[in-house]
Design a protein around this ligand. Structure first.
Ligand code: NDP
Length: 276
């Protein structure tokens, strides 16, 4: 067997996919952990996720990450799911073993690791406000509740979706729903899991939810502060974007596949990352 045939294949599948930083992150992890693997990016035509995935598996692939808009399609195709993928109702990490497709969701774990380990902000016994009720919010709920917050309030533009999530996760911890105009008291951590930042908007939060030192976290990342983070900074909040979440969810996927946990420190530093 030639050397190249032993290199195990992984990829991120999405549409669009050209912007994905996952190949860069996983190549860095592989180099650091001395793993012989190749990680590419695959553009799946809309409506053809399953065909694309099965072709990749037929080529002998070992695993894949899944990104927008296919996380629900991936969930439906799995023969086994981890409890956190089941709770999230969406899959971002696939492993292929003995003809089985195993699904995991590392997004929420990545968020929690970034807040607790990298930002140094404890979640236990804290008041947390989670904004949004889409896929990212759903994936974050179980990992956040497992940290033992004092209270987790979820607010969404369409309140019925947040109410539904509060009902579904009610047995996992102290969660309840409140509309943006019904929020009471100050929060220790406010997480923006809406996609408002993508269109340069911010959720309509009252200033009264902030106290000096509140951690305002936007899952979206970019070169500049999002409108949500800009406004939070004006309220004396500490700000953090979702780059660390992206790095940590990738590290968790890598660990699930390879059994080796990469050190993320260097990749969290944006200057280092953009130089590569
Ligand atoms: P979804 O499309 O599933 O959900 C979008 C959510 O945002 C809904 O709750 C929607 O409310 C709300 N929303 C959209 N626009 C506005 C607005 N203008 N004001 C208030 N609320 C709004 O998206 P995802 O959950 O998949 O993604 C959410 C964000 O998380 C994105 O910015 C994405 O980039 C980011 N993300 C980051 C990751 C990372 O690793 N850093 C990983 C995954 C996601 P409604 O129900 O009323 O429509």
């Amino acid at each position: 067997m030639q050397n190249s045939e032993r290199i195990e294949q992984y990829a991120v599948i999405g549409n669009p996919i050209a912007h994905s930083k996952s190949p860069f992150l996983h190549s860095a992890f592989a180099q650091q952990c001395h793993q012989s693997m190749r990680y590419g990016r695959i553009l799946a035509p809309l409506g053809q996720f399953e065909t694309t995935l099965r072709e990749f598996i037929a080529q002998g692939a070992r695993g894949a990450n899944v990104t927008l808009p296919f996380k629900l399609d991936a969930f439906r195709l799995c023969s086994t799911l981890t409890p956190r993928a089941e709770a999230a109702g969406a899959v971002n990490t696939l492993s292929f073993e003995n003809g089985e497709i195993c699904g995991d969701n590392t997004d929420g774990c990545g968020l929690v690791k970034d807040i607790v380990n990298n930002a140094g902000t404890a979640l236990k016994d804290r008041r947390i406000l989670l904004l949004g009720a889409g896929g990212a919010a759903r994936g974050a709920l179980l990992p956040l509740l497992e940290c033992g917050p004092q209270e987790l309030v979820i607010a969404n533009r369409s309140p019925e979706k947040a109410q539904q999530l509060a009902r579904e996760f009610g047995s996992d911890g102290p969660i309840h729903e409140a509309g943006f105009d019904r929020l009471q008291g100050q929060f220790d951590i406010i997480i923006n899991a809406t996609s408002a930042s993508i269109s340069a908007q911010r959720p309509p939060l009252p200033d009264s939810v902030y106290r000096p030192g509140t951690l305002a976290y936007d899952m979206m990342y970019g070169e500049h502060l999002t409108p949500f983070l800009q406004h939070a900074a004006q309220q004396q909040a500490a700000t953090r974007d979702g780059w660390g979440m992206l790095v940590e969810q990738a590290a968790e996927s890598f660990y699930m596949w390879r059994g080796v946990r990469p050190v993320t420190t260097e990749l969290l530093v944006r200057e280092y990352t953009s130089a590569l």
